[in-house]
Design a protein around this ligand. Structure first.
Ligand code: UD1
Length: 344
């Protein structure tokens, strides 16, 4: 065993895939999740894949005494991967205080507890949303941070600053900030995947649910952008590839390989796809039609963004390996499994 890692939000979409990869690499995982946007059955899925049942505490990260009790119960937590956060852009505009409370307090609690329990390292889930609409594409980590377009995006920027300020103040911790592009797909076993509550806000779950007939039609938000077919461009990255980068980040900090106490990496493929290209590829790979219509632009959408992943490729030795075809096939396999299980 390589030691204990606390994964907040570990029953969520990216969290659950990361727990599996941590276990595959020999770590003992403690999950903390308040199940606000996931359910405890995810732990069964994780166990089916890895053969190991992670410890689970149903705790809200904004509850300081409860979080302290987790550190006391699970002595020797060496590192944290902090996924737990509210992430719906539209909701954050309506309920800004909820977003600031959840996303900031949870990080503050962790940063305060880490030195008390000699926890050395924290990986933070950030987003390419911090770049806004970049002036130069593909976007690298030195691109300027643009004013956030939503309270959600602002929480990511502020959390990054809180981490930098805390480390620069001499707190004995290290951090790696990972800026995700658009994670999609599911574990190849289809034991875990993305399971949004209610109507999906993100593109891929809406695509798979429409293909399944759960939703009548997908709305494509805009076809008048300055792109090949007029729809927005994103960098869609396989969730298992993304999960693996977290394990590399944890290893890097715990093995003292970091070049600075805070490092930041883009996690993307370096390839941009339009919404319409993604839908067409999905139809080709699965043979299933996705009824869709063009509607107006969605407020706050970025026209085009894709990653320059060179820094992660060269410094972390990590590359996104899965093809978009295999990734879309995995998302469909997961959707079919949900149907079999009567969940969708
Ligand atoms: C959004 C956030 C991002 C956040 C992520 C978390 C913005 C600008 N970005 O990413 O900061 O980290 O969610 O969940 O809000 N689309 C459709 N029809 C749909 C749904 C989406 O056409 O029903 C299009 C969107 O216009 C966009 C692309 O699909 O071009 C991807 O959308 P989505 O999956 O929501 O992700 P982002 O908006 O990129």
């Amino acid at each position: 065993m390589k030691g204990k890692i606390l994964v907040t939000g570990g029953t969520g979409y990216i969290g659950s895939h990361t727990v599996v990869e941590l276990q595959n690499d020999g770590y003992e995982v403690v999950i903390v999740d308040n199940l606000s946007n996931s359910n405890a059955e995810v732990i069964d899925g994780i166990e089916k894949i890895s053969g190991i049942r992670p410890a689970f505490e149903q705790v809200d990260c904004i509850d300081f005494p409860a979080m302290k009790a987790v550190f006391e119960k699970h002595q020797g937590i060496r590192g944290i991967i902090h996924f737990a956060a509210s992430k719906a852009v539209g909701e954050s505009v309506e309920k800004p205080l909820l977003y600031y409370r959840n996303n900031l307090d949870s990080l503050l609690n962790l940063l305060e507890l880490m030195p008390q329990f000699n926890t050395e390292a924290i990986v933070f889930s950030s987003s390419c949303t911090v770049y806004g609409q970049p002036d130069i594409l593909p976007v690298d980590e030195n691109a300027p941070i643009k004013p956030a377009l939503s309270p959600y995006g602002n929480t990511k920027q502020i959390c990054e600053e809180i981490i930098r300020d805390t480390v620069y103040a001499g707190t004995p911790i290290k951090s790696i900030i990972l800026r995700y592009f658009n994670p999609i797909g599911a574990h190849p076993t289809a034991e875990i995947g993305e399971l949004p509550n209610g109507v999906p806000q993100n593109l891929l779950p809406f695509v798979t649910q429409t293909a399944m007939g759960i939703r009548k039609e997908l709305s494509v938000f805009g076809d008048d952008y300055d792109t090949v077919d007029g729809s927005c461009i994103r960098d869609y990255i396989n969730v298992v590839d993304l999960a693996k980068a977290h394990v590399i980040a944890v290893n890097r900090m715990l093995e003292n390989k970091s070049l600075a106490n805070v490092e930041t990496f883009n996690l993307g493929t370096g390839r941009g796809l339009t919404v319409l290209e993604l839908i067409n590829t999905f139809e080709k790979v699965t043979g299933v039609k996705v009824p869709h219509k063009i509607v107006g632009r969605r407020e706050g959408d970025i026209e085009k963004v894709w990653a320059n992943p060179d820094h992660a490729n060269n410094v972390l030795g990590w590359t996104a390996k899965e093809t978009v075809e295999d990734t879309l096939a995995s998302a469909w396999k997961w959707q079919l499994r949900l149907r079999e299980r009567g969940l969708m």
